[in-house]
Design a protein around this ligand. Structure first.
Ligand code: AMP
Length: 191
């Protein structure tokens, strides 16, 4: 199985690239942010809980997030592989994912990290907030908090995969197609 973690701060382009990877490699895309938003829309108990964190730009607690992700993976019958987008965001999440995948005789193949400078991220997210219904994209203070949360709690997850020789950086600035080609090159080198 080919299991990719698409990594990077909010606004780095993970969702855009994930959609292209799904098409090319026939992987299952799991975005924890999308799953939380679907739960908010459906007004589920999980959605109500997640919203209280998401609206401030803070992380949803690990236990809740891990349980949700594992149940989403379990729903997929005979997967070719997964693109994890927005997960893992903390070291306990990375540990849990490793154990969970190992229990299924598989593991993360590669983490690909999209790198984009902070000012560009803020610009992109504010622009996305104009069209999307996402409250967390519409307020610069919340956007900056999300980037800070990424730097303080999430960036360390790169070390987790780096220490296993499973980490590659990708320049996330430029044409979508060029960034996609750089990602594919890394995947094909891995394969
Ligand atoms: P995203 O769509 O990935 O930008 O995520 C939007 C929001 O959902 C984040 O700011 C968090 O509040 C929450 N979220 C998404 N993924 C996770 C995760 N792996 N751990 C904790 N919170 C998450």
């Amino acid at each position: 199985m080919l299991n990719i973690v698409l990594f990077g701060p909010p606004g780095a382009g993970k969702g855009t690239q994930a959609a292209k990877l799904v098409e090319k490699y026939k992987l299952t895309h799991l975005s924890t942010g999308d799953i939380f938003r679907a739960n908010i829309k459906g007004n589920t108990e999980l959605g109500v809980l997640a919203k209280s964190y998401m609206d401030k730009g803070n992380l949803v607690p690990d236990e809740v997030t891990i349980q949700m992700l594992e149940s989403e993976v379990n729903k997929i019958k005979n997967p070719v592989g997964f693109i994890f987008d927005g997960f893992p965001r903390t070291t306990p999440q990375a540990d849990a994912l490793e154990k969970f995948l190992n229990s299924k005789d598989t593991s993360i193949s590669l983490m690909l990290a999209l790198e984009v400078a902070v000012d560009e991220l803020v610009k992109r997210l504010l622009l996305r907030g104009v069209d999307s219904q996402r409250p967390d994209d519409q307020n610069e203070t919340i956007i900056r908090n999300r980037i800070e949360v990424y730097n303080n709690q999430t960036a360390v997850v790169a070390d987790y995969y780096s220490s296993k020789g499973k980490f590659e950086k990708i320049n996330g600035i430029g044409a979508i197609e060029d960034i996609f080609n750089a990602i594919c090159l890394n995947i094909n080198n891995y394969n």
